[in-house]
Design a protein around this ligand. Structure first.
Ligand SMILES: Nc1ncnc2c1ncn2[C@@H]1O[C@H](COP(=O)(O)OP(=O)(O)OP(=O)(O)O)[C@@H](O)[C@H]1O
Length: 789
């Protein structure tokens, strides 16, 4: 009987599953939309989620569940996209890439071979002759030009000797006074390019003092020399090949002065004076340990270094040149390259050498230190001549170590190294002897056949060479095309890599979000479980102390539900039981019958709406008038008095759920009929309902003398008619009082009771509901029915 089945539906949560439609839509949107959708899924950090109140947890969980499932699907879609992309790449791109790579490697090797062949056909050691113009000083002194340049023959020159005889010299190229730096470098360029193919290259200027060696090699700011232009070209080509090859340039500058090596890039004078030696490296090349190697990446850096190094150079004044170079100046550029396509690595060296003046000691009026310098200069130049002679005669021993200069240049002279010599001459008749000596030396050098050098004497050879040149041009064009397509492939590959990385990033984010959602769902579930438990505990703690069953006959009587078999045990605390018993004892002993009831401690309202069965069983039924009727009868607002325990009703101004006040009526004040009935009932009932409680009820409806009578009236159609007539504009509420009943709303400012505060508030809400419906309701809180209104 006291356990009613009409328990309010709890907030049990359905499993967190995404709605099927949403998941379907998300899957069909494709990866792009999915990624966009992912960006919108910011629930984890959303302040909305943080502000979710407790009762909305179930809906939040549902939302999270759907988002979580959507994310899972997104994750799967991204994974499948990635797999498709990878397969596609493997199927289409990789074979094409491999073919192109092979083609490119073959072509590159072919180009190198052909190019090198052309250089070799021209000669691995090439000699250019350059003659400077007559200086104003020489003209002023009346010196004449002894060099005859035939414009039709750019490889020959004639020297008019003092006896008017003519000497003819042939070189790979002859530059006259009118040829500028551009023309010189144009012929130098092919050899310079070889260094980027991995060949060692040595370019040096030889000649007497003041013949223009420094001018050719270094030049002036207005007329840049070979050094500057060479490095500029190297940087340009390396940039051009940057998609397939990475180049690194290391710059060193040194001089050989009096057979001592000096580092021109040394920062301090101590370092400048430091003695440097030549050592053989593990790869057989010559190296100078301790030499400064500056990595350069632009021509501006190179120019700055050149200027600084030039300041440290040993110069002195001679009768031939006011700022004569008294040492051999050497610039070494080490180039390290790595090809991205086939992984081939190269290391090559480029030497740019400005030799000291080659004048004979007797001719130049020097003495002391200058004389000593000249002796060292001539010695080293003589050693250079010996090396070249040995190379020319294919002697098994090449005397590289006879001087520091030849020792340093060992790996760049001979073999498959490319050597270019500028034979600088003066046109002045005053320098005729030195000019002839220089030309003889240059001719000797030019006679060397390094490798398969062949002279261009045979016309058929010339024809072959032309054909090869044409073929080379075509090959170069082909290579350029291949390079382009290779670059395109690289770009495509890079873009796909980017997409792949982006997808991986998204997948990582999605996985992270999934984990966050899972955690959030777990937290919310835990929170919900805690709240459920708290609610259960609260309900348990908020239960008012129940009187022993034997004192509760009224509840049995008010309902038509059968009591459960067997005795009911009610667990109450000692303090509560004592309070109840004391009160009952006082009342039954008649000592305090008129004393108002204490504050109600227990009430429950049923949320299931149903009519209370009106049977002829219970007398504790009251009819409540509506607000209009009540306000007429009771002008003042009355409420439950917690202090005195007066059973009063309070009319709520804004609610329809108004109840009529019931004035506590003492048993003595009741009519004799009621008094008699209640006394009989009390004495007969084994539950011993306190007479005070029974006496509280007094009909407010005229004509209904007693509850029992009223019940009869209400049960019968005739009585109902009468009642309707009497209360046509009013809603009626039937309520029963078990022991003490709160009817109506307690004071609004009443503080929440702990731990039963939630139940208390629930009661208030339910009472409002009852007021609106205007009918009898039964309230069950969890498993325990507390009272019936
Ligand atoms: N081709 C040229 N055109 C114009 N002027 C030149 C040319 N070659 C050299 N000169 C000038 O001749 C002078 C001497 O040149 P430079 O100093 O280069 O000679 P050098 O051979 O280096 O002498 P040293 O061996 O003593 O250093 C400079 O003033 C230079 O400007």
């Amino acid at each position: 009987m006291e356990e009613e089945a009409s328990v309010a539906p709890s907030s049990s949560l359905p499993p967190a599953e995404a709605p099927a439609e949403e998941a379907q839509v998300t899957t069909e949107q494709g990866s792009t939309n999915i990624i966009e959708a992912l960006d919108d899924d910011c629930l984890i950090t959303s302040p909305i989620l943080k502000a979710v109140p407790g009762p909305d947890l179930s809906s939040t969980l549902l939302l999270l569940g759907s988002k979580y499932n959507a994310l899972l699907k997104t994750h799967q879609a991204l994974r499948s996209d990635r797999e498709v992309l990878r397969k596609k790449c493997a199927e289409v791109c990789t074979p094409r890439y491999e073919i192109l790579k092979k083609k490119y490697t073959d072509e590159r090797e072919e180009r190198k071979r052909l190019y090198n062949e052309i250089i070799e056909l021209k000669g691995n050691i090439r000699v250019f002759c350059r003659c400077r113009p007559l200086s104003s000083e020489e003209i002023a002194k009346g010196y004449s030009c002894v060099v005859d340049f035939d414009p039709a023959q750019d490889m020959e020159l004639q020297i008019t000797c003092s006896d008017s005889s003519k000497k003819q010299f042939k070189f790979d190229h002859v530059f006259g006074p009118k040829d500028d730096q551009d023309a010189v470098f144009a012929e130098t360029l092919p050899i310079v390019k070889s260094v980027l193919d991995g060949y060692n290259v040595c370019i040096f200027a030889y000649g007497q003092t003041g013949a223009g060696k420094t001018f050719t090699m270094e030049g002036t700011p207005e007329n840049r020399g070979v050094n500057y232009r060479t490095l500029e070209e190297l940087f340009r080509i390396s940039d051009q090949r940057s998609s397939t090859t990475r180049y690194e340039f290391y710059f060193s500058m040194l001089e050989v002065y009096n057979e001592k090596i000096r580092d021109l890039l040394a920062g301090t004078s101590d370092q400048l004076l430091k003695r440097l030696d030549i050592k053989q490296a593990a790869d057989g090349t010559q190296d100078v340990p301790g030499l400064v190697e500056a990595q350069v990446s632009s021509i501006d850096e190179v120019w700055e270094i050149l200027k600084n190094g030039g300041r440290n150079r040993s110069v002195g004044s001679t009768s031939a040149n006011e700022l004569s170079s008294r040492s051999h100046s050497l610039v070494r550029v080490t180039i390290r390259s790595e090809n991205f396509v086939d992984g081939q690595k190269n290391r090559s060296k480029l030497w740019l050498v400005d030799l000291a003046g080659s004048e004979r000691v007797g001719k130049v009026e020097v003495e002391g230190e200058r004389l000593r310098e000249s002796q060292f200069i001539n010695k080293s130049l003589s050693a250079l001549g010996d090396v070249i002679s040995s190379l020319a005669s294919k002697h098994p021993h090449i005397p590289y170590r006879n001087s520091k200069l030849t020792h340093l240049l060992q790996s760049s002279l001979g073999g498959d190294c490319k050597t270019l010599m500028f034979a600088q001459i003066s046109p002045s008749s005053a320098d005729l002897g030195e000019t002839v000596c220089s030309l003889n030396f240059a001719s000797r050098v030019r006679g060397i056949e390094n490798g398969p050098v062949r002279k261009l004497t045979d016309p058929s050879e010339s024809f072959k060479l032309k054909q090869m040149a044409e073929k080379l041009l075509q090959e170069e064009k082909e290579i350029a095309k291949l390079n382009e397509s290779l670059q395109l492939m690289h770009l495509k590959y890079a873009s796909r890599e980017n997409v792949y990385k982006a997808l991986q990033e998204k997948i990582r984010d999605a996985e992270q979000s999934c984990r966050s959602y899972q955690q959030k769902v777990r937290d919310l579930e835990n929170q919900l479980a805690d709240e459920k438990k708290a609610n259960k505990d609260t309900a348990k703690f908020s239960k008012p102390p129940l009187a022993p069953m034997k004192q509760r006959p009224a509840l049995r009587r008010i309902n038509n539900m059968l009591p459960p078999p067997g005795p009911q045990t009610v667990k109450i605390t000692n303090s509560m039981a004592d309070k109840e018993n004391d009160l009952i004892a006082n009342r039954t002993s008649g000592r305090d019958l008129v004393k108002p009831l204490n504050k109600a401690r227990r009430i429950s309202l049923a949320t299931s709406i149903r009519n209370v069965p009106m049977q002829n069983k219970r007398a504790s039924i009251a009819v409540v008038q509506d607000v209009a009727e009540r306000s007429q009868a009771l002008p003042g607002v009355r409420q439950w008095n917690h202090i005195t325990g007066t059973t009063q009703l309070r009319h709520r101004r804004s609610s329809l759920s108004t109840f009529m006040s019931l004035t506590a009526t003492p048993l003595e004040a009741a009519s004799p009929e009621i008094k008699g009935k209640f006394s009989a009932f009390a004495s007969n009932s084994k539950h011993k309902t306190p007479p005070l409680v029974q006496a509280l009820w007094k009909s407010r409806i005229p004509g209904i003398a007693s509850p029992r009578k009223r019940l009869r009236l209400m049960s019968s159609p005739a009585t109902s008619k009468n009642l309707n007539a009497a209360q046509s504009s009013a809603n009626k509420l039937c309520f029963s009082v078990q022991k003490r009943v709160i009817v109506g709303s307690p004071a609004p400012t009443r503080p929440a009771m702990n731990p039963g505060s939630m139940i208390y508030n629930q009661l208030l809400r339910d009472k409002d509901l009852i007021g609106r419906f205007g009918t009898a309701q039964r309230v069950l809180c969890k498993n325990r029915r507390q009272s019936v209104i």
